[in-house]
Structures are given as C-alpha cells and as structure tokens.
Design a protein around this ligand. Structure first.
Ligand code: SAH
Length: 254
C-alpha cells in the first residue's frame, strides 16, 4: 500500500458531471485514485466520462454515498476546502501545508479532502466536521476556482509532498502513541456530548447559539486520539447517570 491509496477526494453534491470527470483526471494525473461522490446531482453521465479522458478507472471505482459522514467514515483526518473566509475562524492550512500533512498522515490512516458545491461550496455544518480548512490563495475579487481546478491544485500539492518525502526533505510531525479518533467516532461523541449537555441543563437545542460549533473546534484543535475519546465517552455516561439519579431523587422527595 502506498500513501496515495489512503487519500480520498470527496466531492459533495456536485451539479455538473463534467467537473466530476475533470476531478477524476486531476486525481489520476497526480497519482491518487480514490474518488468519493456525495449525492451527485447527475451521475453517471456521458459528460463525466468525456472529461475524465484516460482516468475512466477512477470514475469506475468512484464510491457514491448519501452524505458526508459516510464519505469520511474511517478517516483519521478530514480537511475541508473553502473559496472564502467564514464567519467563525477555523484551523487553516495553506495548500502546501495541506499536501504535506495529508501525505504524512496517509502513511498511518485514511485521509479525506472535501470539496463543495459549484454554486455555494460546503455548508457550515459540513465545514465544521473538518479538522482543518484549506484555502487556495486567489484573487480576492474573484476567489473561487472551478471545482476540478481546485481538486487539481490540492492533488498537485500532495504529489509535491510525496516527492519531497522521497528526497528526504519533507518535514515530519510529532509521533503519537495512539491513532487519532476516526471521523465517525467523533460524530458519535459530539451527539453524545450534546445530549449530555441537554440532560444537565447546560445546552438548549432550541437556542443552540454556537456552543456545539465551538466545542467541535476546541476538540479539533486538540486532535483527540482513540483512547482519549473513549475516556471522554465514559465521562459523559457517568455525568448522564449522575444527572438521572439526581432527578429521580428530587422526584421521589417531591
Ligand atoms: N460560491 C462558492 C464557491 C464554490 S467553488 C463559495 O463561495 O463557497 C466549488 C468548490 O471548489 C469549493 O467548495 C471548494 O471545494 C473548491 N474551491 C474553489 N475555489 C477554492 C479556493 N480558492 N480554495 C479552496 N477551495 C476552492
């Protein structure tokens, strides 16, 4: 297995099948192979085949899924792309740093780079599922690249990182004794956390403010590992049990 095999390019809700073909070609040109399509508007399609040229194998092996969670299940790192700044700041990589980190981490686990819709990018909810965001520097007056062109740039940076690695010039990152928590386990954790915060009266689902977003960002900055995540889940269950016992005790008195 090479690191390339552990890298998924995820396209969310793509409208134009030509862009899917163009992305497939960019992926193969740069030595990657795994394409995930989240609910594409029009697929399979002749225009995708036409634009893919000799990257038909990438299209043939593309995995079509219903939502982003499915596309990133099993990934230890998820990077989201954005054509413009968002309201809430998020840990940001430039394309070079993205290539380096994606390449390094793909030595150990699956990694996803997620691309948004042609007309409106990724939703905030989707972006908040990502540990890092990456923005391709571009003209501030016209910052959004064509989808397949954006895929090309980021796959190129992965290729540059692979070459630096072969030459021994790629920076290394801190070694860690536990694997990072996987995307689907983090999602379960955030659901559990939200429920526990409701149970203890801290959080109101009808008036959520930015609480869960900020907590996602906090945990993302820490990069929880699998062991830490399972401890935290145990803590939440204990808190919920304590809240339940207190409620029962109050009910039995009243
Ligand atoms: N109007 C949309 C632009 C979507 S462009 C918006 O403002 O968000 C379609 C997709 O291409 C984006 O979701 C992103 O995945 C990618 N993309 C386009 N330009 C980019 C840029 N400058 N940096 C990073 N990704 C970009």
């Amino acid at each position: 297995m090479s690191n390339f095999d552990n890298i998924r390019i995820v396209l969310v809700n793509t409208s134009h099948p030509g862009n899917i073909g163009g992305a497939a070609r960019a992926i193969k040109n740069m030595g990657l192979s795994r394409l995930y399509l989240v609910a594409p508007k029009e697929y399979p399609a002749d225009r995708a085949v036409w634009r893919a040229a000799n990257a038909l194998d990438v299209l043939d092996n593309a995995v079509v899924v219903g939502d982003l969670d499915e596309a990133v299940a099993g990934c230890g790192l998820v990077v989201g792309t954005s054509a413009r700044g968002r309201r809430i700041t998020w840990p940001l990589l430039n394309p070079r740093e993205c290539g380096e980190r994606v390449w390094r981490e793909a030595e150990q686990h699956d990694v996803a780079i997620v691309f948004g819709r042609e007309d409106r990018g990724l939703t905030n909810e989707e972006l908040h599922k990502c540990t890092y965001h990456v923005h391709i520097p571009s003209n501030p007056d016209y910052s959004s690249l064509n989808l397949a062109a954006a895929v090309q740039v980021l796959c190129y940076e992965v290729r540059m990182a692979s070459m630096a690695d072969a030459e021994g010039t790629l920076p290394s990152f801190d070694e860690w004794d536990q694997p990072p928590a996987k995307a689907q386990d983090l999602e379960m954790y955030f659901q559990h956390l939200e429920q526990a915060l409701v149970d203890i009266g801290f959080h109101d689902r009808d008036n959520p403010r930015q609480t869960m977003t900020r907590l996602r960002r906090l945990y993302g900055r820490i990069r929880l590992d699998e062991m830490e995540l399972s401890i935290l889940r145990g803590v939440l269950t204990a808190i919920q049990n304590a809240a339940y016992r207190m409620k029962k005790a109050i009910e039995s008195k009243g």
